[in-house]
Design a protein around this ligand. Structure first.
Ligand SMILES: C[S@@+](CC[C@H](N)C(=O)[O-])C[C@H]1O[C@@H](n2cnc3c(N)ncnc32)[C@H](O)[C@@H]1O
Length: 296
């Protein structure tokens, strides 16, 4: 067993120096400050591999030299920062990943449409777009059944590579396996150019993908969201960062707005205006109405 661990460690060190405990702590601090990311000790080999991949193409030999460069905040170092972020973030996602959560959103949207409201939804940490397009399909279906209504989906991520894929909206057969034949036929068309299935343009046009770091959410102007969907993002954040972020997220909701978190996403206290939705299968809260709902 020990031999196996030592073997894997030596594989790891084949391409560069070991990330010392002190250096690891300096990177932990940097990543928590800039990304909100909490990197526990057991992920030290993961960080070391990611840093070594970058050092191989950069003119630095030591981790601290690379760190100093990233901290220099020049235009070039900011571009390099985005490269590193792509190495460190996990972008796994699916269409309608958490069906119970989407069912809760559907119920909420139907209620809003009955009041004549237009719909604004936000996918936080949207990765390659599957979550945002699932929300858009859901909203489009709800509007169609209500024979009226308009909607917009906003979706942010920190990864530029993920966002580029999201904007294109092209997916392979295997990515679309969760969708019913009906939804697939209605919302996707084959793109000869990309040899993939592409979300039809009328839905893509309603989805606004933008680069945005959740750590900087307080600076973001988007407000009055009917739904904020935040799954599988905060799990990488430290408890302190999540606690600080929660009131800022809730502040972006319209009165009556719905916040959906992923299982295990957050276990701390919620702002007092947020009321837990009675559904044991979904982590959802509704912001208490402070004024009577008005058609917008
Ligand atoms: C595992 S994916 C989840 C995608 C989708 N929400 C889902 O549940 O299927 C996590 C996404 O969060 C993004 N992310 C991580 N830290 C972020 C931050 N500080 N600000 C914005 N996005 C972040 C990553 O780039 C990645 O695309």
């Amino acid at each position: 067993m020990l031999a196996a661990v030592m073997d894997s460690r030596s594989d790891l060190n084949m391409f560069g120096p070991e990330l010392s405990e002190q250096e690891f702590m300096a990177w932990q601090l940097l990543l928590e400050e800039r990304l909100g990311m909490a990197l526990p000790e057991f992920r030290r080999p993961f960080l070391q591999m990611a840093l070594q991949r970058r050092l191989r193409v950069l003119p630095f030999e030591q981790y601290w030299q690379y760190r100093d460069f990233l901290n220099s905040s020049t235009a070039v170092s900011q571009i390099e920062w985005l490269e590193l972020v792509d190495q460190l973030t996990i972008q796994e996602t699916h269409f309608f990943r958490d069906p119970d959560a989407f069912a809760q959103v559907e119920q909420h949207l139907n209620g809003l449409l009955a009041m004549g409201r237009q719909l604004s939804l936000w996918s936080l940490g949207c990765s390659t777009g599957e979550e945002a397009y699932s929300l858009a399909i859901l909203a489009s279906e709800a509007c169609r059944q209500a024979s009226d209504g308009r909607f917009a989906v906003y979706a942010n991520d920190i990864s530029s590579q993920a966002l580029a894929k999201a904007r294109l909206g092209c997916f392979s057969d295997s990515k679309l396996a969760n969708l019913s034949q009906d939804l697939f036929g209605q919302y996707f068309e084959y793109s000869q150019q990309h040899s993939l299935w592409q979300v039809k343009s009328d839905i893509r046009e309603r989805c606004c993908f933008f680069r945005g770091n959740l750590q900087e959410l307080h600076q973001h102007p988007l407000q009055n969201m009917d739904v904020i969907f935040c799954q599988n993002v905060l799990i990488y954040f430290s408890q302190a960062q999540k606690k600080a972020l929660m009131p800022i997220i809730c502040d972006r909701l319209a009165p009556g707005g719905l916040l959906i978190l992923g299982p295990g996403e957050y276990v701390g206290q919620m702002p007092k205006e947020m009321h837990r939705v009675a559904n044991a299968r979904v982590l959802a809260w509704q912001k208490i109405e402070t004024t009577a709902a008005q058609p917008r």
